[in-house]
Every structure is written in structure tokens, then in C-alpha cells.
Ligand binder design. Structure first.
Ligand code: PBG
Length: 326
């Protein structure tokens, strides 16, 4: 035998030298829930260890995030008023708009601020756009999504991330941002977003479950791979700067496919259900939380992701620091 793969596995220092996948703190994005009210830091029951913050307590949370070595966050808003057309999504004094302004005032460019652009947290029916009968009206929704994105950027957001899955929304957002002088504001598109039961805990957290039906007429069918590429290519043509695949854990093949076929940075979102499963399994003593977190993260990067959105961002940053991953 002259070829022995085990030769390069003999000890940790050697294994690290020949490692094919590196994980870096600079590529982590931490999702944060911001809620109307004051003095609120409430734990999300289905996502232990994650919180809904009001704007006043948010700054402390962001400070902890920065201290952990994570400098990118994604804001999700939880308004106190909902209506048919989700007007709080694009209100100048909406929850996200005010939170963005406050966070920017406090941290400036030390914090890179991305906002989720969608309607479902803001509509009374919980769908990701305006309704016509029982169906989401694509083209009418585009205008509102673009207005939402513009209001976020005007408040100080560094990047917007549309997650609604309407056709043509990247172009609509790009055009409105450009017309208003924000040509340099990047768009990270949730381009390949599947209709997934893994979003369950998020919908509890944000109170955004649809009041009837499901999201299958706009989010993708998880049996499909080619269609994922189609969505990604379309969004790049419309002007998306970064393409996201979501969820991550059950979609590693899609991450790889997008990475191979497209020439833009790829992001993967390890969603609420992935977080909740790890937390629940660890609580029961069935799995070892820290090791699972590292393995899931390395898997996403190995599949090809450049950027990783995860509720475990702070933990991963710590594990990187400790030399356990990366
Ligand atoms: C808004 C949105 C959702 C998530 C991100 N943006 C929920 C959904 O599409 O139902 C899910 C994130 C997660 O589960 O962690 N449309």
C-alpha cells in the first residue's frame, strides 16, 4: 500500500493543515427579532436562547453580538398593528425603520445591518403580499415590497434581503432604490426559498403564520432542484448581488448547485426549525449541541456557502475562537 489516506489524519495540527473548508467569523449573520414596546427582552418559547427585543433593549443585544465577534445582523420586525396591506412594513416610523436608525446611531459602520423585506409579519392574514380573493397578488405586492426596501435603506440599512418570493421583486426593488439614489445598496435575495416546515418556530416568534392556506403558491416545492437554479439565475439577472438558499440543512445539494452555476456570493440560512431541533435534542440529552452546531456549519460551508445566517452565530464565533471549527 503506498496510498494511505490515514497518513493525513494522524493528529489535530495536521488535520487542520489539510482541511478543505474554512469557517470564518466574518461570514456569519445573526438574525434578530425587533418588537414594538419598551423594556422587552422575551425568550421565544420554540427557540430557547433567542429573544424578541424592543428597541431600547436591542442595543444591549447587539453589543453582545458584536462582543462575540459577529458584526452582521439581519432584522425582522414584529409590529403592533397589522392590516390587509401590511402598511407597517413600509411606514417611515415602522419598527424596523426605527430600530435600524437607532442601531446605526449607536454602532455606525461597526455593525453591518441587513433587513428582511417581506409582508407576512405585517399583514392581518399573514401572507407575504396583498391578497386578491385568497391568492397573493404578485404585481401589486411588488410596489409595496420596493417601498419597504427603500424605507429600510433610507433609515440606514446597509443591505436589503427580500424573502417574499414574488416574481420580479428584485428588479422592482433595484429600480426604486436606484431612482432614489441608492445605487450602491446591495440586495441579498432569498432566491431559492422552499415552502418549508422548518420555518415553524420563526412564525411563532414573529406571529406570521398565514391565517389560512399555506405559502406553496409562492415558495418553492421542495422536490425541485432545477427550479432552484432558475430562481437564482432570474434574480441575478434582475440585479441580486447575493443569492440565498433557504433552509440550509436539507438543501445542501441546492447550495452546491447554485455555487457551481452562478458567479455571485452564496448565502445559506439555517432556519428556526433547524435551531429548534438542535435545542430540543440537546435538552433531551439525545445529541451533543456544540458538536452538532459545528458539524452543521461546516456542512453548509463545504456545500459551497460563502455566507451563513444562523441563530447559532455567536456560538459558532466562539467555537472558531477556540479552534474547534474553521
Ligand atoms: C419572511 C421570512 C420567514 C423566514 C425568514 N423570512 C418566514 C416564512 O417565510 O414563513 C424564516 C426564517 C426562519 O425560519 O428562521 N417571509
Amino acid at each position: 500500500m503506498n496510498i494511505r489516506p490515514r497518513r493525513l489524519r494522524g493528529n489535530e495540527i495536521l488535520r487542520k493543515m489539510v482541511r478543505e473548508t474554512r469557517v470564518d467569523k466574518s461570514s456569519l449573520i445573526y438574525p434578530v427579532f425587533v418588537k414594538e414596546g419598551t423594556g422587552i427582552k422575551e425568550e421565544i418559547p420554540t427557540m430557547p436562547g433567542q429573544y424578541r427585543y424592543s428597541i431600547d433593549t436591542l442595543l444591549k443585544g447587539l453589543e453582545e453580538t458584536l462582543d462575540a465577534g459577529v458584526s452582521k445582523v439581519m432584522f425582522f420586525g414584529i409590529p403592533d398593528k397589522k392590516d390587509e396591506v401590511g402598511s407597517q412594513a413600509y411606514a417611515k416610523d415602522g419598527i424596523v425603520q426605527r430600530a435600524v436608525a437607532k442601531a446605526k446611531e449607536a454602532f455606525g459602520d461597526d455593525l453591518y445591518l441587513i433587513t428582511d423585506v417581506c409582508m407576512c409579519e405585517y399583514t392581518s392574514h399573514g401572507h407575504c403580499g396583498v391578497l386578491c380573493g385568497h391568492e397573493v397578488e404578485n404585481d401589486k405586492t411588488l410596489e409595496l415590497l420596493a417601498k419597504t426596501a427603500l424605507s429600510h435603506v433610507q433609515a440606514g440599512a446597509d443591505m436589503v434581503a427580500p424573502s417574499d418570493m414574488m416574481d420580479g421583486r428584485v428588479l422592482a426593488i433595484r429600480n426604486l432604490l436606484d431612482e432614489n439614489g441608492y445605487k450602491e445598496a446591495p440586495i441579498m435575495s432569498y432566491a431559492v426559498k422552499y415552502a418549508s416546515a422548518f420555518y415553524g418556530p420563526f412564525r411563532d416568534a414573529a406571529g406570521s403564520a398565514p391565517s389560512f392556506g399555506d405559502r406553496k403558491s409562492y415558495q418553492m416545492d421542495y422536490h425541485n432542484r432545477r427550479e432552484g437554479l432558475k430562481e437564482a439565475l432570474l434574480d441575478v439577472e434582475e440585479g441580486a448581488d447575493i443569492i440565498m438558499v433557504k433552509p440550509a440543512l436539507s438543501y445542501l445539494d441546492i447550495i452546491r448547485e447554485v455555487k457551481n452555476e452562478l458567479h455571485v456570493p452564496v448565502a445559506a440560512y439555517s432556519v428556526s426549525g433547524e435551531y429548534a431541533m438542535v435545542k430540543a435534542g440537546a435538552k433531551l440529552g439525545y445529541i451533543e449541541e456544540d458538536k452538532i452546531i459545528c458539524e452543521m456549519a461546516a456542512g453548509a460551508y463545504r456545500a459551497g456557502t460563502d455566507i451563513y445566517l444562523t441563530y447559532f452565530a455567536k456560538e459558532i464565533a466562539k467555537y472558531i475562537e477556540e479552534g474547534r471549527i474553521g
